[in-house]
Write a new protein. Structure first.
Length: 148
C-alpha cells in the first residue's frame, strides 16, 4: 500500500529501497504528485552496528543511513526491527497505519478516505498485519472525530 503520495510531496529514497520498489511495486514510483529523489547515503558506524543487531536488510540499512544525514527525516517502514533501530538512533519512523492516522490529524485525508484505505489492506496490499490489529485500528478511526 502506498499512501505516500497522499501525504508527502517529496520522498528521498536510497538505492537499495529504490531497487526493491522497482522490483515489487514499480507503479509507486510513477506517481507524479511526489517528487522522488534517489540518494546514495553516507555510511554510519552506528547504523552498521544496529543493522547487525536487528538483522536489517540492505534497504533498511541504507534508509537509516539516509535518515541520519537528514535530521528532519521521517523513516517510512512497516518493518518492526527497522522502527526499533530508528528509535534507538533518535529517528522518527512511521508505518503505513501511522501515515494514515497522521493524514487525518493533518487534515490531508478525511476519516472516510482513511477507513476505505484501511479496509483495502487485506485485499490489495502486501502489508502483513494481524486481522485483530487492523480491526482495532479501524474501530479507533471510526470512533475518532473527523477533522475538517
Amino acid at each position: 500500500m502506498s499512501a505516500c503520495w497522499l501525504i508527502f510531496q517529496r520522498c528521498e529514497c536510497c538505492e537499495a529501497v529504490w531497487a526493491e520498489v522497482m522490483h515489487h511495486r514499480p507503479q509507486a514510483l510513477q506517481c507524479t504528485e511526489v517528487r522522488w529523489l534517489k540518494c546514495a547515503p553516507t555510511a554510519s558506524r552506528q547504523v552498521a552496528a544496529l543493522a547487525q543487531i536487528y538483522t536489517l536488510h540492505a534497504g533498511e540499512h541504507e534508509a537509516l543511513n539516509l535518515c541520519m544525514a537528514l535530521p528532519d527525516a521521517l523513516l517510512l517502514t512497516d518493518d518492526t526491527a527497522a522502527r526499533l533501530a530508528a528509535k534507538t538512533l533518535g529517528i522518527r519512523a512511521h508505518g503505513s497505519l501511522g501515515l494514515l492516522i497522521r493524514a487525518i490529524r493533518r487534515r490531508q485525508l478525511r476519516k472516510s478516505q482513511v477507513l476505505a484505505l484501511l479496509q483495502q489492506i487485506p485485499l490489495q496490499s502486501s502489508l502483513h498485519i494481524r486481522p485483530g490489529l487492523l480491526a482495532e485500528i479501524i474501530r479507533q478511526v471510526n470512533e475518532s472525530p473527523d477533522v475538517q
